[in-house]
Design a protein around this ligand. Structure first.
Ligand code: ARG
Ligand code: ZN
Length: 876
């Protein structure tokens, strides 16, 4: 039941070709699979062929077109074993199964969504379609024939190039596709149904014309324009930046409304959660546009990092995911503001991945064992995996990183490889030994670096002592010191960056210190006045940094660093110091104070017109309640944290009222909505100013007006959020909620926002609100987006509501998990991870959380997905 990396071995049989014929039927689809295999050299003739299956029933089995006698095979539903197969010559197996797409609520394999046939095969969904060697190291070209009712399925798509299609028989049609690029089964896709399409073309760098098609529900075509634009920019960027060209004559995207994840990179036929395709100014926020751009790019970039070069086994998931996230981050940084993008990445990493790494679900970027692979599509594999790739680029420099990537593409094209193969390319291309660096793949936990500096006026030296500690994580009590690249600057008292005459104590390349031992002392000489050290600039390493810097020093960095990210980080450090102190004060019944150094640094950044508005908005956005909880570490009281943060916000709001009023006028945009980064930045600065103002005010009038005036979804959703969260019981709020729902009642993605905004209203009243919303006619218990928008938003993003001291909400979540699990285990397991930090709560809440988890654990018939998560969360 547990799969170990150490047990990997190649298959006994080599798959040469796949030929699939689907006869579509909503409840009884026939799948005929013809597979040509040969026995791998050296494999004994007595070894049988074992294929994977899941909830399958075999209805026919032929060997070289002759029926296989029952004595020659065994079928269990989970596997098909065939014996007495040819020793040397290739043979053809024809396997017929019938499946029920309509009954497939797991959304893995072939399922139906709004009358459309759709597949999701990663990681192990193909085995729900047909018996198959369903693992990523089995690569073959596929021919696909789809036969279906002509009227119901005017569109019938699969991977690769279109071969042809026509009428088939009475009222039925067929379409045939051929994908010449050998691929594993997880990249297979089939889509059929009645869909609208938007079409465009792209000319590749060597002059091939590629047809681009985005399929959406009829009537939504106009909302795919931004996605199409993002796709073309992605294709161009991958050519220019990585030299990667597209390799089929058609590239297709399908948007569906029932999808477990964000999107899927099936070869030539990406399938998307429609949330990440559809956008127009009236219904999508700036954040939605940015997500669409990033995810379209991400899936497209997988064509090379994932599809052309894939994973040997699922332990290597970060080989494609970490690398592809790195590539989409770089793309967005080039399309938008690099510094602002980096800030958003680090906020996301710290709020989502750091808690993973610090709790019971912690696992290495490259795990060595799993019970359920679906549970390893984590921020650790994706986002920390991206950070590890980024550190390779930092260590080697841009040119060497490029040579390593070029070598990777050249050496491994068409293969299924490992993380070691990837790292070796950088070693071979540059001669650098990355053995110690590779610990980033293997050791879980966020390294803690403790720094202290001292200045010696007489000798004009600055000494920096660094110590690294990697916390114990499940199954990894002891850790080795890692190679941690730390970008730094020494900022002089006048604000210029001092170039030291000499640095001793370790390797320094450019502005990067290489911390490689447990303790290390760097000495900088030729420093004529006391410098302020800015460390881990750009977040060069994904670490926790303990560096006791005086508020005045942080303010100095915030004012002078040339790295904008570091300026933001200094402000954040200032704020977090204040906020954690405030939370302690609240618990001790003391009055909360806000350090004037923080207030003036924030307001200075907010009003600095030399800085782009998006950056200023980020500067004003205080760390979240979850960030504060993480910083405090243990014995957390979410109510105290909330009260503390509100008090600090109010103090800043009062001190900055004039600045905020000024910004609201200054950042107003006239003319039509444009989704570009500069306009989005102005809106974000204006909206954060608006949110501060509401903390200084006692009535919802300003917000109600902002809601009524909004001419785009960004402003409207922001006004509605502030109204609901600040004034939940006022008539203005219920009016606005009702107006919003009525106006967007036929747009599921906007109604998701309506649910989420209400799910996140803080306070003990949240649970009653959630329960009432579950009875709302628009709540759809089988739609993953809707479930996430209500139950997910509540559990992940409503700290005070979810963590009510009486534990009622934990018990509620347990019930919901048990209700979702039989239908959609992946969705249930994902939402359950919202409780991963339960041990850092104060004892009373932690006891309630523990009891709720125990209820889940004891429930009969749990899926492997939920069982795996709940057991790991309970393990001490
Ligand atoms: N490979 C997809 C992506 O990153 C995600 C697929 C997730 N699948 C899953 N079973 N969790 O774009
Ligand atoms: Zn991906």
């Amino acid at each position: 039941q547990i799969v170990h990396l150490a047990d990997y071995r190649p298959t006994d049989f080599v798959l040469e070709r796949v030929d699939l014929t689907f006869e579509l039927d909503p409840t009884n689809t026939k799948v005929e699979s013809r597979l040509i295999f040969h026995r791998r050299e050296g494999v004994d003739a007595s070894v049988p062929l074992v294929l994977d299956g899941d909830e399958l029933t075999l209805s026919g089995l032929l060997l070289d077109q002759r029926e296989v006698p029952a004595s020659q095979y065994d079928e269990t539903g989970e596997s098909l074993t065939v014996r007495d197969l040819p020793a040397e010559t290739p043979f053809e197996l024809t396997i017929t199964t019938f499946i029920n797409p309509e009954a497939n609520t797991q959304l893995m394999g072939l399922y139906r969504t709004n009358g459309i046939y759709c597949t999701q095969c990663e990681a192990e969904g193909f085995r729900r379609i047909s018996y198959f060697p369903d693992r990523p190291d089995v690569l073959a070209p596929y021919t696909i024939t789809i036969i279906g009712d002509k009227a119901a399925n005017p569109v019938m798509l699969s991977n690769g190039n279109f071969l042809g299609g026509a009428g088939y028989d009475e009222g039925r049609a067929f379409a045939a596709w051929f994908d010449p690029h050998p691929k594993p089964s997880y990249l297979f896709a089939l889509v059929a149904g009645d869909l609208g399409v938007v079409e465009d073309t792209f000319e590749t760098m060597s002059g091939n014309e590629v047809t681009l098609k985005i399929y959406v529900e009829h009537g939504k075509e106009a909302r795919a324009a931004y996605a199409m634009d993002a796709l073309k920019r992605s294709m161009k960027w991958d050519e220019e930046r990585f030299g990667r060209e597209y390799d089929l004559n058609i590239f297709q995207i399908v948007a569906v409304s029932d999808f477990n994840m964000g999107a899927m990179e099936n070869k030539g036929l990406n399938v998307f959660n429609d949330k990440y395709v559809l956008a127009d100014p009236e219904t999508a926020t700036d954040q939605d546009y940015a997500n669409i751009e990033a995810i379209i790019a991400h899936e497209y970039f997988h064509n090379w990092t994932g599809n052309r070069i894939t994973c040997r086994d699922w332990f290597q998931l970060c080989l494609k995911e970490g690398l592809t996230v790195y590539r989409d981050h770089e793309f967005s940084a080039d399309m938008r503001s690099r510094a602002v993008k980096r800030i958003a990445e680090v906020r996301h990493l710290k709020s989502e991945q750091f808690p993973d790494d610090a709790g019971p679900l912690a696992h290495p970027v490259r795990p060595t064992k799993y019970r359920e692979i679906n549970n390893f599509y984590t921020t650790t594999v994706y986002e920390k995996g991206s950070e590890v790739t980024r550190m390779i680029a930092t260590l080697l420099g841009a040119d060497h990183f490029k040579s390593g990537m070029d070598l990777y593409f050249e050496r491994h094209d068409g293969q299924a490889v490992t993380v070691e193969d990837f790292v070796k390319c950088f070693e071979d291309a540059t001669g650098r030994d990355l053995t110690q660096f590779s610990l980033w793949y293997h050791q879980a936990g966020t390294p803690l670096v403790t720094a202290s500096g001292s200045y010696d006026q007489t000798n004009a030296t600055f000494t920096l002592s660094l110590e690294q500690m990697i916390p114990a994580t499940p199954a990894q009590p002891n850790k080795e010191p890692m190679h941690i690249p730390l970008s730094f600057a020494l900022i002089s008292d006048t604000g210029s960056i001092a170039a030291p005459a000499e640095v001793k104590g370790g390797e320094v390349t450019g502005d990067v210190l290489h911390l490689t031992t447990r303790n290390q002392i760097f000495t900088f000489s030729g420093i004529s006045s006391r410098p302020v050290l800015s460390l881990n600039r750009s977040f060069s390493a994904p670490i926790n940094l303990h560096f006791d810097q005086a508020p005045a020093d942080l303010a100095h960095i915030a004012r002078h660093d040339t790295d904008l990210f570091a300026r933001w980080q200094a402000l954040t450090d200032l704020a977090i110091g204040n906020l954690t102190q405030a939370a302690r004060d609240v618990r001790e019944g003391k009055a909360v104070t806000c350090d004037p150094v923080l207030t003036s640094a924030l307001l200075e950044a907010a009003g600095d017109e030399t800085l782009e508005p998006a950056f200023r908005a980020q500067a004003l956005t205080l760390p979240s309640e979850a960030d504060i909880a993480r910083e405090l570490g243990s014995n957390n009281d979410p109510d105290a944290i909330h009260a503390a943060r509100q008090a600090v916000l109010t103090a800043i709001a009062k001190a900055g009222e004039e600045t905020f009023l000024h910004l609201i006028g200054e950042m107003a945009i006239s003319g039509p909505y444009l989704p570009d980064a500069a306009s989005a930045g102005k809106r974000s600065l204006r909206n954060i100013a608006l949110s501060y103002l509401t903390y200084a005010e006692e009535t919802p009038a300003r917000l109600a007006a902002a809601f009524a005036d909004a001419d785009n979804m960004t402003d409207m959703a922001q006004a509605l959020t502030l109204l609901a969260h600040r004034f939940p019981d006022k008539a203005e709020t219920s009016d606005a909620l009702a107006t919003f729902q009525a106006r967007f009642d036929n747009n599921a993605l906007v109604i998701d926002k309506w649910f989420s905004i209400q799910a996140m209203i803080p306070g003990a009243g949240a649970l009653a609100r959630i329960k009432a919303l579950m009875d709302h006619p628009r709540f759809v218990a089988n739609n993953p987006n809707r479930v996430r928008s209500l139950i997910g938003a509540f559990a992940f993003s409503n700290p005070t509501g979810f963590n009510r001291p009486d534990g009622e909400a934990y018990r509620f979540l347990a019930e919901q998990i048990l209700a979702i699990d039989p239908k959609n285990p992946q969705l249930a397991a994902r939402i359950l991870t919202s409780m991963r930090s339960w041990r850092s709560l104060e004892p009373q809440r932690a006891d309630h959380a523990h009891a709720a988890l125990m209820t889940i654990e004891r429930a009969p018939g749990l899926s492997a997905d939920v069982r795996d998560i709940v057991e790991r969360m309970l393990k001490s």
